[in-house]
Design a protein around this ligand. Structure first.
Ligand SMILES: Cc1cc2nc3c(=O)[nH]c(=O)nc-3n(C[C@H](O)[C@H](O)[C@H](O)COP(=O)(O)O)c2cc1C
Length: 166
């Protein structure tokens, strides 16, 4: 083959097939928060995972269309708030672009200054370690600075809808 390039097979699926099939992967739900001065930012994110134990790293992927992520990047630190079963409404509130997401939301600052939301199942406070340009999303890696879990039940997301543990 000239230049040794592999020929890509044609993609035999559309965006809807991609979304529907990937929706079979059940996950928890997080709200990624950050603060800058008196301003606070946050977005609901399913795309969170644990990446490395030594050093302690986690990752999430915000869409390039996100209005909150540029402010989170600018803040240089963020808190991953893992939602509990009772926080479905909070999850929907932080998924609304352009809305005032913080009205009536109880929170306190973590060690990086990023908001820890009241009643979460767990929180993971991070400094922004790296950002990679990956298609229509960014892949954002955080170095964990502090973290804590609780005994609440998790909020789950599966096939495009919220679920609870039986
Ligand atoms: C359950 C759930 C999971 C979501 N996961 C992600 C995600 O991983 N990445 C992302 O960019 N948007 C995700 N969204 C959509 C964003 O929350 C939403 O587009 C965003 O918060 C819009 O606000 P913004 O423009 O202020 O960022 C998710 C929404 C819901 C309801």
């Amino acid at each position: 083959m000239e230049h040794g390039l592999a020929i890509e097979p044609p993609e035999a699926f559309g965006a809807e097939d991609f979304r529907r099939t990937l929706g079979h992967f059940a996950s928890g739900v997080t709200i990624v928060t950050a603060a800058s001065g008196a301003e606070r930012f946050g977005m609901t994110c399913q795309s969170f995972f644990s990446l490395s134990l030594d050093p302690p790293l986690v990752a999430f992927s915000p869409a390039k269309s996100s209005r909150s992520y540029p402010a989170i990047r600018e803040a240089g630190s963020f808190c991953i708030n893992v939602l509990s079963a009772a926080q479905q409404d909070l999850s929907l509130g932080f998924a609304r672009s352009g809305a005032d997401k913080w009205a009536d939301v109880a929170w306190r600052p973590g060690v990086t200054g990023s908001p820890i939301l009241e009643g979460v199942l767990a929180w993971i406070d991070c400094t922004l370690e790296a950002e990679h340009d990956t298609g229509d999303h960014w892949l954002v890696i955080g170095r964990v600075r502090a973290l804590e879990g609780s005994d609440h039940k998790p909020l789950l997301f599966f096939k495009g809808g919220f679920q609870q543990l039986a």
